[in-house]
Design a protein around this ligand. Structure first.
Ligand SMILES: *Cc1c(COP(=O)(O)O)cnc(C)c1O
Length: 384
């Protein structure tokens, strides 16, 4: 049996995979099982932030593998402590907690918000408000938090204590019993839709006035994706909690919750935990990512994002480009995103979709040459 048939036979069918089996990669390029090469402008949904098989990252990860692969959270390990310190020093947060995915980071944030409110106000102030069209994960709580009706199916009963609002401050202000509001600065899965600055400023003020925790889900927008370490920097605020995942591990599974002054000590011994979270190998890889994302590298992300937008604007079949940095959504004029994606695969470029847009999340380190060639192939696919 070939890879595809074996997968289709034995892996639970929750994924509608594209017809490509990737076997290896280097930089921004990967190769499938027939030997065909692709330029990857999706980077494994923003995970391969340093591209495929980056040598610095492999060096960091393998050095740690050769020293210690796991110790459990019963013990201290250097990479976990160092990663927490670096994340805090770079972001302005006070403490970090690690898990293995975006959904887990959001679960930790939800638990922190509920306990923060319980500790201070007792029971009954437990509502988490999320925005319509948001995406926060696939566990029961984060699926409930996801503000899209299509996800609220089959798995009844969904969790209590979640309410949805538009990006409308009056609608949010009218909801009772709220302990936290969770937002994405750019809705990713929802269609690459940036949230406007005035709404975020109003929301921050409302949250501060009412002692409601503001949770930023930066699972997709974080770690340089938008040209800043955190997208919140574009908005000039430090939310009470930020969650991270995708690009942080550069390919190894990690989620992180960063907590500020209000809730740095909310989760206490025994109230939360994970077996794998903070794994030393994964943390060593994430430290390499942060080490590489200095100010110059972040400026490069911004520059390359602008380059993509300028190249695509006015192209045949392109209606416009939305997003921030290298998190971009292309509005199409007369072709379905799924058809463009198929033609991209033929042209030798991998892209993503988000709702009716083509979504680009290129490796942050993509070379100008690969980026130019990748976008050229994409433009051909759109025009096809
Ligand atoms: C991908 C994503 C998640 C879920 O992350 P997983 O690692 O798949 O659990 C949550 N929030 C946002 C904004 C995401 O983009």
């Amino acid at each position: 049996m070939d890879i595809k048939t074996t997968d289709k036979t034995y892996v639970v069918g929750t994924y509608n995979r594209y017809g490509v089996a990737i076997v290896s990669g280097s930089g921004s390029r990967c190769v499938d099982d027939s030997g065909k090469e692709y330029i990857d402008l999706g980077s494994g949904i923003g995970v391969n932030s340093l591209g495929y098989c980056d040598s610095g990252w492999i060096g960091a990860v393998t050095a740690q593998l050769n020293a210690l692969q796991h110790a459990s959270n019963l013990y201290y390990t250097q990479p976990c402590a160092a990663l927490a310190k670096t994340l805090c020093q770079r972001s302005g947060y006070l403490k970090a907690m690690f898990g293995n995915s975006g959904a887990e980071a959001n679960e930790a944030a939800i638990k922190t918000a509920r306990k923060y409110s319980f500790d201070k106000y007792g029971r009954g102030r437990d509502v988490i408000v999320t925005l319509r069209n948001s995406f926060h994960g696939r566990t029961m709580a984060t699926l409930t938090a996801t503000g899209q009706d299509v996800f609220h199916n089959y798995f009844f009963p969904f969790n209590d204590g979640f309410k949805y609002a538009d990006k409308n401050i009056d609608e949010i202000a009218a909801i009772d019993g709220v302990c936290a509001v969770m937002v994405e600065f750019v809705q990713g899965e929802g269609g690459v839709i940036p949230t406007d600055k005035e709404f975020i400023a109003q929301l921050k003020q409302l949250c501060d006035e009412r002692d409601i925790l503001l949770i930023a889900d930066e699972v997709q927008t974080g770690i340089g994706r938008t040209g800043k370490l955190l997208a919140s920097e574009h908005y000039g605020i430090l939310p009470d909690i930020t969650t991270l995942a995708k690009g942080l591990g550069a390919g190894l599974p990690i989620g992180a919750m960063l907590v500020g002054e209000k809730c740095a000590d909310t989760l206490t011994f025994g109230t939360h935990g994970t077996t794998f979270g903070g794994n030393p190998v994964v943390c060593a890889g994430a430290l390499e990512v942060l080490g590489r994302l200095d100010d110059a590298a972040l400026k490069e992300v911004e520059r390359k994002g602008k380059y993509i937008v300028s190249k695509l604007q006015g192209c045949s079949g392109v209606d416009g480009v939305d997003g921030l940095g290298m998190m971009l959504g292309i509005r199409l004029k007369n072709k379905a995103a799924s058809d463009v994606l198929k033609d991209c695969i033929q042209e030798g470029v991998l892209v993503l979709t988000a709702k009716d847009k083509i979504r680009l999340l290129p490796p942050l380190t993509i070379s100008d040459k690969d980026l130019q060639e990748g976008i050229d192939r994409l433009i051909s696919a759109i025009a096809k």
